[in-house]
Design a protein around this ligand. Sequence first.
Ligand SMILES: N[C@@H](CCC(=O)N[C@@H](CS)C(=O)NCC(=O)O)C(=O)O
Length: 211
Amino acid sequence: MMKLYFYEHCPFCTRARMIVGLKSLPVMLQVIMESDAETPLRLIGKKAVPILQKEDGSHIGESLDIVRYLDGIGPTVLVAPQDPTLDAWIKEAWPTALKLFIPRFVQADFAEINTPMAREAYRLREEQAFGDLEALRGATSKLVAELQPLINDLVPLVKDRTTIGINDVTLWPVLRSLSIVRTVEFPDQVRDYMHRLSEACGVPLLFNQAA
Ligand SMILES: N[C@@H](CCC(=O)N[C@@H](CS)C(=O)NCC(=O)O)C(=O)O
């Protein structure tokens, strides 16, 4: 059986989990602890997830490569044509979105950080990338003020999406990550889109631990 190694919090891993769920593929889902460098190093030579172990025992270590590989098994589900407006939206929103969800992720409830050692490994990794996480947390209202207009811009882009495509696999994980930010307001149509996709792929949103 194929096996997907992932972190619950990771938006890149969420891409891979989405395609597994959308296609109901027989893939064993395996969380890797943040403190476990040995497993990913052994499998792909670096500490990174997602990692897909294929039936033949070989590994793929890039989220979009995993998505393309899995979508190629049986009938494809990513049929919607690519929308460059959505690609541009993600590019613009991503830096601000990261600064909002990362300081919350390090304190949240995820399987890969449910030991003190793993949580500390994760906190250190994010601190190295983003600097003082408490300071970032303190900048919440400024960051939300920056992001909110972009979230509102999504309404016409997602409200009529009736088929699924590669854009959903890149966009939805960003919105899922942002569902942990209590003061971001999702317009009804964006919220409907988030819930619809969550149900279709079986990956939970994070509203229940919003902070
Ligand atoms: N380009 C990669 C990025 C994956 C990535 O950045 N994963 C993060 C988790 S969010 C990671 O594994 N970081 C290294 C670590 O865990 O130490 C992909 O799309 O698969």
